[in-house]
Structure formats: C-alpha cells, structure tokens
Design a protein around this ligand. Structure first.
Ligand code: HEC
Length: 98
C-alpha cells in the first residue's frame, strides 16, 4: 500500500516536471512579412527614388506580383537606382499590394 502511494507521488512529480519543461518552450517564431519588417514607407521611397529617370506613369502602367517587382527593382538598381536592400523589399511589397 505504502509503495503504491510512493509510486503515485513519483508519477505526479514526473508529470509536474514535464509540464514545467513544456511551459518553458519558446513560442514558434512568426515569419516576417516583407516591408513590415523594415518599417519603411514604400510609397515615399517610390516618389523619391523611382522618379529620377522616368515618371511614375511607367510604374503605374506595370503589373507584377511581389517577385516580379523585386526583379524589376533589381534591374533598376543595375541601371543606377539608389535603393538599399530594405528599401527594395518595402518597394516590392508596396507595389505588389497597391
Ligand atoms: C537610373 C535610372 C532609373 C531609375 C532610378 C529607375 N528606373 Fe525604372 N527604368 C529605367 C529605364 C532606362 C527603363 C526602360 C528600360 C527597361 O525597361 O529596362 C525603366 C523602366 C521601368 C519600368 C517598365 C519596364 C518594366 O519592366 O515593366 C518599370 C516598371 C520601372 N522602370 C520601375 C522602376 C522602379 C520601381 C524604380 C525605383 C526602384 C525605378 N524604375 C527607378 C531607369 C531607371
């Protein structure tokens, strides 16, 4: 009888420790959204950096998804657009969601 009580107490202790360990596990990381992570204003960057060589009309006429815009922006950077990696991410997000 006494043995059984000890066994039950041990089991309870093991379960408690297991529960405590589980509670300490960090929550899974939330994948970042482009643009949200940079906190940059894509619309402002567009006005400032993308109207140097051509007007916004050229950009308004184009329709791409985020990957397509990232490729266009890369091409513009090759041509000489002064856009950082973070600015390019914010721009691609802004342009694909407008
Ligand atoms: C250094 C000059 C320059 C800057 C700055 C520039 N562009 Fe361009 N862009 C061009 C030239 C030249 C063309 C025409 C040739 C071509 O399409 O590759 C063009 C064409 C385009 C086109 C039409 C062609 C297509 O692929 O749809 C889009 C859209 C465009 N640019 C977007 C942008 C965006 C967005 C930015 C800001 C990141 C930007 N451009 C900044 C030079 C520039």
């Amino acid at each position: 009888m006494r043995r059984r009580v000890v066994a039950v107490a041990l089991l309870a202790a093991v379960l408690l420790v297991a529960a405590a360990c589980k509670a300490e596990e960090p929550p899974p990381p939330v994948p970042p959204t482009p643009g949200e992570a940079t906190g940059l204003d894509g619309a402002a960057i567009l006005q400032e950096k993308c109207t140097v060589c051509h007007t916004l009309e050229r950009i308004d006429a184009a329709e791409y998804d985020d990957v397509g815009w990232a490729q266009v922006i890369d091409r513009m950077i090759e041509k000489g657009a002064d856009v950082s990696t973070d600015e390019a991410a914010a721009l691609a997000e802004h342009l694909s969601l407008r």
